[in-house]
Write a new protein. Structure first.
Length: 380
Protein backbone atom coordinates (compact mmCIF):
# COMPACT_ATOMS: atom_id res chain seq x y z
CA UNK A 1 0.00 0.00 0.00
CA UNK A 2 0.97 3.60 -0.56
CA UNK A 3 0.03 5.39 2.67
CA UNK A 4 0.45 9.01 3.72
CA UNK A 5 0.00 10.18 7.32
CA UNK A 6 -0.50 13.65 8.75
CA UNK A 7 2.54 13.76 11.02
CA UNK A 8 2.23 17.39 12.12
CA UNK A 9 1.94 16.29 15.80
CA UNK A 10 5.54 14.99 15.63
CA UNK A 11 6.82 18.57 15.57
CA UNK A 12 7.02 20.06 19.06
CA UNK A 13 6.64 18.52 22.54
CA UNK A 14 5.12 15.06 22.25
CA UNK A 15 2.18 14.76 24.55
CA UNK A 16 -0.97 12.78 23.78
CA UNK A 17 -1.50 12.81 20.03
CA UNK A 18 2.19 13.38 19.30
CA UNK A 19 3.13 10.20 21.12
CA UNK A 20 0.37 8.31 19.31
CA UNK A 21 1.58 9.45 15.89
CA UNK A 22 5.25 8.77 16.71
CA UNK A 23 4.57 5.26 18.00
CA UNK A 24 2.11 4.38 15.24
CA UNK A 25 4.51 5.55 12.52
CA UNK A 26 7.40 3.63 14.07
CA UNK A 27 5.43 0.37 14.11
CA UNK A 28 3.87 0.85 10.67
CA UNK A 29 7.41 1.05 9.32
CA UNK A 30 8.07 -2.52 10.57
CA UNK A 31 7.40 -4.79 7.60
CA UNK A 32 4.88 -7.53 8.49
CA UNK A 33 6.25 -11.06 8.14
CA UNK A 34 5.67 -12.43 4.67
CA UNK A 35 4.26 -9.16 3.35
CA UNK A 36 5.61 -6.52 1.03
CA UNK A 37 6.81 -3.29 2.63
CA UNK A 38 4.39 -0.38 2.38
CA UNK A 39 5.27 2.94 0.74
CA UNK A 40 4.99 5.24 3.78
CA UNK A 41 4.96 9.02 3.58
CA UNK A 42 4.61 11.75 6.19
CA UNK A 43 3.34 15.26 5.61
CA UNK A 44 3.33 18.10 8.13
CA UNK A 45 0.90 20.98 7.72
CA UNK A 46 3.10 23.71 9.08
CA UNK A 47 5.64 26.27 7.99
CA UNK A 48 7.56 26.69 11.23
CA UNK A 49 9.55 23.63 12.19
CA UNK A 50 9.04 22.01 8.79
CA UNK A 51 12.79 21.56 8.36
CA UNK A 52 12.90 19.22 11.35
CA UNK A 53 10.41 16.81 9.78
CA UNK A 54 12.95 14.39 8.21
CA UNK A 55 14.62 13.87 11.59
CA UNK A 56 11.23 13.40 13.32
CA UNK A 57 10.14 10.58 11.01
CA UNK A 58 11.15 6.97 11.75
CA UNK A 59 13.23 4.98 9.24
CA UNK A 60 10.94 3.72 6.51
CA UNK A 61 9.00 6.98 6.19
CA UNK A 62 9.84 9.76 3.78
CA UNK A 63 8.75 13.38 4.12
CA UNK A 64 6.55 14.77 1.35
CA UNK A 65 4.84 18.02 0.50
CA UNK A 66 5.87 21.66 0.58
CA UNK A 67 5.64 23.83 3.71
CA UNK A 68 1.93 24.54 4.13
CA UNK A 69 0.19 26.42 6.99
CA UNK A 70 -2.49 24.32 8.68
CA UNK A 71 -4.89 27.16 9.49
CA UNK A 72 -4.97 28.46 5.94
CA UNK A 73 -5.46 24.97 4.55
CA UNK A 74 -8.21 24.19 7.04
CA UNK A 75 -10.06 27.34 6.02
CA UNK A 76 -9.88 26.30 2.36
CA UNK A 77 -10.75 22.67 3.01
CA UNK A 78 -13.68 23.62 5.25
CA UNK A 79 -15.37 25.15 2.19
CA UNK A 80 -14.18 23.05 -0.68
CA UNK A 81 -13.10 19.59 -1.75
CA UNK A 82 -10.22 21.14 -3.65
CA UNK A 83 -7.31 20.90 -3.72
CA UNK A 84 -7.09 17.23 -2.71
CA UNK A 85 -4.33 16.44 -0.25
CA UNK A 86 -2.82 14.06 -2.79
CA UNK A 87 -1.70 17.14 -4.73
CA UNK A 88 0.75 17.62 -1.81
CA UNK A 89 1.57 14.00 -0.96
CA UNK A 90 1.67 12.51 -4.44
CA UNK A 91 -0.52 9.58 -5.42
CA UNK A 92 -1.39 7.31 -2.47
CA UNK A 93 -3.91 4.59 -1.78
CA UNK A 94 -4.74 5.78 1.75
CA UNK A 95 -4.46 9.12 3.50
CA UNK A 96 -4.67 9.04 7.31
CA UNK A 97 -5.70 12.19 9.16
CA UNK A 98 -4.17 11.32 12.53
CA UNK A 99 -5.42 14.32 14.51
CA UNK A 100 -9.19 14.84 14.16
CA UNK A 101 -9.03 16.49 10.72
CA UNK A 102 -9.22 14.81 7.31
CA UNK A 103 -8.66 16.99 4.23
CA UNK A 104 -10.22 16.17 0.86
CA UNK A 105 -8.45 13.02 -0.30
CA UNK A 106 -9.40 12.87 -3.97
CA UNK A 107 -9.26 9.28 -5.16
CA UNK A 108 -7.38 8.06 -2.06
CA UNK A 109 -9.25 6.25 0.70
CA UNK A 110 -9.57 8.64 3.63
CA UNK A 111 -9.14 7.50 7.23
CA UNK A 112 -9.38 9.83 10.23
CA UNK A 113 -8.59 9.31 13.90
CA UNK A 114 -10.97 11.10 16.27
CA UNK A 115 -9.36 10.86 19.68
CA UNK A 116 -12.28 12.16 21.76
CA UNK A 117 -15.29 14.49 21.72
CA UNK A 118 -14.12 16.88 24.43
CA UNK A 119 -14.93 19.81 22.13
CA UNK A 120 -18.60 18.77 22.42
CA UNK A 121 -18.83 17.36 25.94
CA UNK A 122 -16.45 19.77 27.71
CA UNK A 123 -16.17 22.83 25.41
CA UNK A 124 -15.16 25.14 28.26
CA UNK A 125 -12.07 23.03 28.90
CA UNK A 126 -10.57 23.09 25.40
CA UNK A 127 -8.69 25.71 23.42
CA UNK A 128 -10.34 27.87 20.74
CA UNK A 129 -8.46 25.82 18.12
CA UNK A 130 -9.98 22.62 19.50
CA UNK A 131 -13.46 24.18 19.58
CA UNK A 132 -13.14 24.50 15.78
CA UNK A 133 -13.45 20.72 15.71
CA UNK A 134 -17.21 21.17 16.14
CA UNK A 135 -17.22 21.91 12.43
CA UNK A 136 -14.08 20.14 11.23
CA UNK A 137 -14.74 16.73 12.83
CA UNK A 138 -18.21 16.07 11.33
CA UNK A 139 -16.86 17.26 7.96
CA UNK A 140 -13.91 14.87 8.32
CA UNK A 141 -16.21 12.01 9.29
CA UNK A 142 -18.29 12.59 6.16
CA UNK A 143 -15.14 12.48 4.03
CA UNK A 144 -13.70 9.37 5.67
CA UNK A 145 -14.32 5.85 4.53
CA UNK A 146 -13.34 4.73 8.05
CA UNK A 147 -13.19 6.53 11.41
CA UNK A 148 -10.62 5.29 13.93
CA UNK A 149 -10.94 5.78 17.68
CA UNK A 150 -8.61 4.86 20.55
CA UNK A 151 -11.39 3.28 22.60
CA UNK A 152 -14.75 1.60 22.30
CA UNK A 153 -16.18 4.36 24.52
CA UNK A 154 -15.29 7.04 21.96
CA UNK A 155 -16.50 4.85 19.08
CA UNK A 156 -19.90 4.59 20.80
CA UNK A 157 -20.02 8.35 21.32
CA UNK A 158 -19.23 9.02 17.66
CA UNK A 159 -21.77 6.47 16.49
CA UNK A 160 -24.49 8.07 18.63
CA UNK A 161 -23.54 11.70 18.00
CA UNK A 162 -22.91 11.60 14.26
CA UNK A 163 -25.02 8.57 13.27
CA UNK A 164 -21.96 6.69 12.05
CA UNK A 165 -22.72 3.01 11.41
CA UNK A 166 -20.54 0.40 13.07
CA UNK A 167 -19.02 -0.73 9.77
CA UNK A 168 -17.44 2.73 9.36
CA UNK A 169 -15.83 2.67 12.81
CA UNK A 170 -12.67 0.88 13.94
CA UNK A 171 -11.22 0.82 17.46
CA UNK A 172 -7.41 0.95 17.49
CA UNK A 173 -6.36 1.05 21.18
CA UNK A 174 -3.12 2.78 22.07
CA UNK A 175 -0.06 0.93 23.36
CA UNK A 176 2.71 1.01 25.93
CA UNK A 177 6.37 1.26 24.96
CA UNK A 178 8.42 -1.73 26.17
CA UNK A 179 10.81 0.59 28.02
CA UNK A 180 8.12 1.37 30.59
CA UNK A 181 8.30 -2.17 31.97
CA UNK A 182 11.98 -1.71 32.84
CA UNK A 183 11.70 1.84 34.21
CA UNK A 184 13.57 2.46 37.48
CA UNK A 185 12.80 5.11 40.10
CA UNK A 186 14.84 8.33 39.82
CA UNK A 187 18.42 8.20 40.98
CA UNK A 188 20.02 10.80 43.23
CA UNK A 189 21.10 12.97 40.29
CA UNK A 190 17.61 13.17 38.77
CA UNK A 191 16.03 13.74 42.18
CA UNK A 192 18.39 16.64 42.74
CA UNK A 193 17.88 18.05 39.23
CA UNK A 194 14.10 18.03 39.43
CA UNK A 195 13.78 18.65 43.15
CA UNK A 196 11.94 15.38 43.73
CA UNK A 197 11.17 14.38 47.32
CA UNK A 198 11.53 10.84 48.60
CA UNK A 199 7.80 10.03 48.32
CA UNK A 200 5.33 11.69 45.98
CA UNK A 201 2.14 11.40 43.98
CA UNK A 202 2.59 12.20 40.28
CA UNK A 203 0.36 13.77 37.65
CA UNK A 204 1.39 13.60 33.97
CA UNK A 205 -0.15 15.78 31.26
CA UNK A 206 -0.83 19.30 30.10
CA UNK A 207 -1.80 21.62 32.94
CA UNK A 208 -5.18 22.48 31.45
CA UNK A 209 -8.81 22.64 32.67
CA UNK A 210 -9.89 19.23 31.35
CA UNK A 211 -7.33 17.52 33.58
CA UNK A 212 -9.26 18.73 36.67
CA UNK A 213 -6.19 19.66 38.73
CA UNK A 214 -8.13 22.05 41.01
CA UNK A 215 -9.95 18.98 42.39
CA UNK A 216 -6.60 17.32 43.13
CA UNK A 217 -5.25 20.41 44.89
CA UNK A 218 -8.41 20.73 46.96
CA UNK A 219 -8.30 17.08 48.05
CA UNK A 220 -4.56 17.31 48.66
CA UNK A 221 -5.05 20.33 50.93
CA UNK A 222 -7.51 18.30 52.99
CA UNK A 223 -5.05 15.40 53.16
CA UNK A 224 -2.27 17.65 54.45
CA UNK A 225 -4.55 18.85 57.22
CA UNK A 226 -4.86 15.27 58.44
CA UNK A 227 -1.48 14.00 57.31
CA UNK A 228 1.24 16.70 57.20
CA UNK A 229 3.73 13.94 56.32
CA UNK A 230 1.74 12.80 53.26
CA UNK A 231 3.68 12.28 50.01
CA UNK A 232 4.38 15.42 48.01
CA UNK A 233 2.65 16.28 44.74
CA UNK A 234 4.69 16.29 41.50
CA UNK A 235 3.15 17.72 38.31
CA UNK A 236 4.87 16.72 35.06
CA UNK A 237 3.95 18.39 31.79
CA UNK A 238 3.87 21.60 29.78
CA UNK A 239 2.13 24.71 31.18
CA UNK A 240 -0.97 24.24 29.05
CA UNK A 241 -3.54 26.97 29.43
CA UNK A 242 -6.47 28.12 31.55
CA UNK A 243 -6.78 29.80 34.97
CA UNK A 244 -3.76 29.74 37.26
CA UNK A 245 -3.83 26.94 39.80
CA UNK A 246 -4.73 27.93 43.36
CA UNK A 247 -1.83 26.73 45.50
CA UNK A 248 -2.91 28.48 48.69
CA UNK A 249 -2.61 26.34 51.80
CA UNK A 250 -0.04 24.00 50.22
CA UNK A 251 3.54 24.54 51.44
CA UNK A 252 5.92 25.28 48.57
CA UNK A 253 8.07 22.27 49.39
CA UNK A 254 5.07 19.94 49.03
CA UNK A 255 4.46 20.60 45.32
CA UNK A 256 6.92 20.30 42.43
CA UNK A 257 6.41 21.45 38.83
CA UNK A 258 8.91 19.69 36.58
CA UNK A 259 7.69 21.05 33.24
CA UNK A 260 7.81 18.87 30.13
CA UNK A 261 10.28 15.99 30.44
CA UNK A 262 11.72 13.62 27.84
CA UNK A 263 10.77 9.96 27.74
CA UNK A 264 13.64 8.66 29.87
CA UNK A 265 13.09 11.13 32.70
CA UNK A 266 9.33 10.79 32.49
CA UNK A 267 9.47 7.03 32.88
CA UNK A 268 11.77 7.33 35.87
CA UNK A 269 9.59 9.94 37.61
CA UNK A 270 6.48 7.79 37.17
CA UNK A 271 8.28 4.62 38.31
CA UNK A 272 9.25 6.32 41.57
CA UNK A 273 5.76 7.57 42.45
CA UNK A 274 3.51 6.36 45.25
CA UNK A 275 0.61 6.58 42.79
CA UNK A 276 -0.25 8.25 39.50
CA UNK A 277 -3.16 10.70 39.54
CA UNK A 278 -5.52 10.85 36.55
CA UNK A 279 -8.43 13.03 37.69
CA UNK A 280 -9.67 14.11 34.24
CA UNK A 281 -13.16 15.39 33.58
CA UNK A 282 -13.17 13.56 30.25
CA UNK A 283 -10.73 11.48 28.18
CA UNK A 284 -10.60 9.51 24.96
CA UNK A 285 -8.24 6.81 26.21
CA UNK A 286 -5.90 6.82 29.21
CA UNK A 287 -2.25 6.36 28.32
CA UNK A 288 -0.68 7.63 31.59
CA UNK A 289 -2.54 5.03 33.71
CA UNK A 290 -1.37 2.22 31.43
CA UNK A 291 2.22 3.46 31.56
CA UNK A 292 2.04 3.65 35.35
CA UNK A 293 0.71 0.09 35.36
CA UNK A 294 3.72 -0.99 33.29
CA UNK A 295 5.90 0.32 36.14
CA UNK A 296 3.75 -1.50 38.71
CA UNK A 297 2.58 1.87 40.09
CA UNK A 298 -0.99 2.27 41.45
CA UNK A 299 -3.43 4.66 39.79
CA UNK A 300 -6.05 7.01 41.19
CA UNK A 301 -8.34 8.01 38.31
CA UNK A 302 -11.73 9.44 37.47
CA UNK A 303 -14.38 6.79 37.07
CA UNK A 304 -15.08 7.30 33.36
CA UNK A 305 -16.27 4.62 30.91
CA UNK A 306 -12.98 4.86 29.05
CA UNK A 307 -10.94 4.56 32.25
CA UNK A 308 -12.71 1.33 33.16
CA UNK A 309 -12.12 0.09 29.61
CA UNK A 310 -8.38 0.78 29.88
CA UNK A 311 -7.44 -0.16 33.45
CA UNK A 312 -9.78 -3.13 33.77
CA UNK A 313 -11.87 -4.16 36.74
CA UNK A 314 -9.32 -5.45 39.26
CA UNK A 315 -9.92 -3.31 42.38
CA UNK A 316 -6.42 -4.03 43.67
CA UNK A 317 -4.69 -2.22 40.82
CA UNK A 318 -6.40 1.18 40.76
CA UNK A 319 -8.91 3.32 42.64
CA UNK A 320 -11.57 4.94 40.47
CA UNK A 321 -13.42 7.91 41.96
CA UNK A 322 -16.55 9.72 40.72
CA UNK A 323 -15.74 12.90 38.83
CA UNK A 324 -15.98 15.89 41.15
CA UNK A 325 -16.23 13.83 44.36
CA UNK A 326 -13.67 15.62 46.53
CA UNK A 327 -14.16 13.32 49.51
CA UNK A 328 -13.67 10.18 47.42
CA UNK A 329 -10.53 11.64 45.86
CA UNK A 330 -9.19 12.56 49.28
CA UNK A 331 -9.87 9.06 50.58
CA UNK A 332 -8.02 7.58 47.59
CA UNK A 333 -5.00 9.79 48.26
CA UNK A 334 -5.05 8.75 51.91
CA UNK A 335 -5.16 5.08 50.90
CA UNK A 336 -1.75 5.42 49.25
CA UNK A 337 -0.25 7.88 51.73
CA UNK A 338 1.34 5.29 54.02
CA UNK A 339 4.86 3.94 53.42
CA UNK A 340 4.88 0.56 51.65
CA UNK A 341 5.92 -1.29 54.78
CA UNK A 342 3.01 0.10 56.81
CA UNK A 343 -0.08 -1.87 57.68
CA UNK A 344 -2.60 -1.90 54.85
CA UNK A 345 0.03 -1.83 52.12
CA UNK A 346 -0.81 -2.94 48.58
CA UNK A 347 -2.06 -6.53 48.33
CA UNK A 348 0.48 -9.14 47.18
CA UNK A 349 0.63 -9.44 43.44
CA UNK A 350 -0.90 -6.02 42.74
CA UNK A 351 2.17 -4.72 40.91
CA UNK A 352 2.35 -7.88 38.80
CA UNK A 353 -1.36 -7.57 37.97
CA UNK A 354 -0.83 -3.98 36.82
CA UNK A 355 2.04 -5.00 34.56
CA UNK A 356 0.00 -7.87 33.16
CA UNK A 357 -2.81 -5.48 32.29
CA UNK A 358 -0.40 -3.06 30.59
CA UNK A 359 1.06 -5.90 28.52
CA UNK A 360 -2.32 -6.32 26.86
CA UNK A 361 -1.70 -3.02 25.01
CA UNK A 362 1.17 -2.66 22.54
CA UNK A 363 1.97 -0.24 19.74
CA UNK A 364 2.58 -3.21 17.47
CA UNK A 365 -1.07 -4.19 18.02
CA UNK A 366 -2.12 -0.57 17.38
CA UNK A 367 -0.27 -0.60 14.06
CA UNK A 368 -1.70 -4.00 13.09
CA UNK A 369 -5.25 -2.79 13.80
CA UNK A 370 -4.57 0.43 11.89
CA UNK A 371 -3.11 -1.40 8.89
CA UNK A 372 -6.19 -3.66 8.87
CA UNK A 373 -8.34 -0.50 8.94
CA UNK A 374 -6.49 0.83 5.89
CA UNK A 375 -7.32 -2.36 4.01
CA UNK A 376 -10.97 -2.10 5.09
CA UNK A 377 -11.06 1.47 3.83
CA UNK A 378 -9.60 0.40 0.48
CA UNK A 379 -12.11 -2.44 0.16
CA UNK A 380 -15.16 -0.38 1.13
Amino acid sequence: MRVALDVTPLLGPRTGVGRYVASLARELAVKPAGAQADDLRGIAFTVRGRRSLPAALPPGFRPVGPPAPARALHRVWARSELPPVTLLTGGVDVFHGTNFVLPPTGSAAGVVTVHDLSFLHRPATVTPAARAYRHLVPLSIRRARLVLTPSAAVAAEIGDTYRVPADRLAVTPLGVDAEWFDAAPPDAVLRSTLGLPERYFVFVGNLEPRKNLPAVLSAYRDLLQERPDAPALVLVGPPGWGPALDLSGIPAERIVFTGYRGDLELRSVVAGAVALLYPSLYEGFGLPPLEAFACGVPVIASDLPVTREVVGNDPGTAILVPVGDRDALGAALAAYADPPDAAGAAPPGAAAARRARARQFSWAATAAATRAAYRRALDS
